[in-house]
Design a protein around this ligand. Structure first.
Ligand code: FES
Length: 141
């Protein structure tokens, strides 16, 4: 990413785990990137592929989906569906010649605030190494 621009990242966080982990990170006063917007979902499976494409086309540089660890989903198999969908989305991004690493999936429990911080920080660092999302210019000019 050129200059001093910070990548913009959107996160879809499951209410029961990753969102609670994000909340704990805030309460614990962990240093977190400011350029990250959160949408709370009741399960990671609520994150439809269309949401991810719309976020990228809307100018987000990256999208993080975070849910409960396998076996811990409150809706039993929701996160397994999420995992399959994310693989499909990444394959479509590759076919479109876009960096599939712009969309990521992580399992983060409610107590893993340090992991939340690490995942977010590393994601934003990786995005800084990529070209900026061209959709960003078209949306915000
Ligand atoms: S309830 Fe958290 S991933 Fe399904």
């Amino acid at each position: 990413m050129s200059g001093n621009e910070e990548p913009r990242v959107l996160g879809f966080l499951c209410n029961w785990c990753a969102y609670a982990g994000a909340d704990l990170a805030g309460v614990s006063r962990l240093q977190l990137p400011a350029n990250f917007c959160v949408i709370r979902t009741m399960c990671s499976a609520r994150t439809e592929p269309l949401f991810l494409f719309k976020a990228l086309l809307g100018g987000m540089d990256g999208v993080l989906v975070a849910g409960c660890h396998p076996g811990d989903c409150h809706y039993q198999r929701g996160n397994y569906f999420t995992r399959r969908r994310l693989v499909m989305v990444q394959e479509i991004l590759k076919a479109l010649n876009m960096e599939h690493e712009r969309v990521r999936l992580h399992w983060i429990s409610a107590s893993e605030c340090s992991l939340y911080q690490k995942v977010l920080t590393e994601f934003i660092e990786d995005l800084k190494g990529m070209e900026r999302n061209v959709a960003r210019d078209e949306v915000f000019l």
